[in-house]
Design a protein around this ligand. Sequence first.
Ligand code: NAD
Length: 507
Amino acid sequence: MARTASEVFNLAKRGELWAGHLIPNHTKEGGAGTANTATASGARLENRTPIDNSLIGYIAAGTAADIDAAVKAARASFEAGTWSQLAPAERKRVILKWVDLLHAHHEELAALDCIDAGKPISECMNTDMPATIDTFAWYAEAIDKCFGKISPTGPDALGLIVREPIGVVGAVLPWNFPAQMYAWKVAPALAAGNSVVVKPAELTSLSAYRMTELAHEAGIPPEVLTLVTGDGESAGEPLGRHADVDMVSFTGSTEVGRLFLKYAAESNLKEIVLECGGKSPQIVFDDATLDDHLVDNILAAAFWNMGENCSCGSRLIVHQSIKDTLITKLIAALANWKVGLPTDAEVKIGPMVEAAHFMKVQSFLHSAREQGAKLVHGGRTFPELGSGWYIEPTIFDNVKPDSRLFQEEVFGPILAITGFETEEQALKLANDSNYGLAASLYTQNVNRARRVASRIRAGTVSINGFSEGDISTPFGGYRQSGFGGRDNGLEALDQYQQIKTIWYVGG
Ligand code: NAD
């Protein structure tokens, strides 16, 4: 039965939102595959909501043994062909049944992400969940329309170039878009015929757990899609090092992404795909139209999801002649960005995900001032909202390119503004980063738009608006923002497929 948002919030108040492992025939305490196991005396982690730091339940604390059990189940199912050998149209049929169940549980899943990550409920309902469900539907519909190739041989041979599922896939997820990041990995990996072991972020396992339960209910075999909850060192690392995992698709910080390359190098050379952090520039040229559309898009890029967004447009690079006017407009429009409890449908800025992250974001407020930036808006925290971790949308001007705020990913609601005079300067500033995930630029000059877009070193460049593209366009990073593949688009399937040549000799 699907729960309403208020039922989810009541369960949270009573501390009864649990997530355990979903691994068939795995009897280890704390890991037998039902929610209640996370409350057994076995290893478990407290789950606190960032809304007010109250205890909302527990998650099972996964270990190497749990990962091993999940990988064994995945390997056995892959070799048995229960999913990998199904016709793509049959996999599509089952995934679309799952899509129906996800639709029926839309509100429940949105509420789980809201309570777990502190994301505004309106965003979870109107953006995250529709995008999550569409991702499953899109890959289900795509997979029976993907063709192989025939090579241009003479009549004495036939060369087939076919795509096969890669095998056992590990999906390691971040906390900032819990349901959506699950869908970005699991949908193409399953559609392609792999068996998947999911390791959600320890801060946000609830929607991943519930969606996996619904997958099994829809008919995806439980061996084919397993879930192990737990923290990075105890559950993530054993997955990265497991000798029978064929690939890991990771989304998270650049720092942990590096570790997965090491795990692969020191184990079985599994393939690794990394979707990591960003420090995305937004460039506003002096011929841009400074209207509400531009202002709303700049603010959305900087502050959507509290800035806890990999493509967050956290560096605003503005032509000097329009900088003061634009800042005045941004500050005026921020009046519409209500900070408060994310369960309130009017709220656009909820809390930071946890205390440690709140402290990290606050440290940027201090270092920005110390490094000569000028605070033009915000900077407040909200003790009156209780024990959560709230920070006001904040804007600093005159941010120097060599400062921490210009160079490091904050992952919070802080926008850094830097002025420029020439197009070359703007490009130099935009590319002055170790990251290269996304960028936006604003101009009415189409030649400039094309020229600058082609010279920005980022995986996605949007023009006259903030966007990550949509499910049909690949998303991923240049430089230290990513490595090895793309999420979204038909290109995401490449991560999860091997290419094989079959050569028939003789005519
Ligand atoms: P994180 O790197 O701390 O954690 C990500 C995952 O890795 C979690 O499941 C965690 O448990 C696991 N992990 C942590 N330490 C580990 C270890 N030592 N060994 C193995 N696994 C480990 O990232 P986060 O804080 O959850 O997410 C925020 C980061 O994710 C930001 O940098 C953000 O930019 C990035 N992100 C990128 C994209 C993208 O598409 N490029 C999307 C969303 C988030």
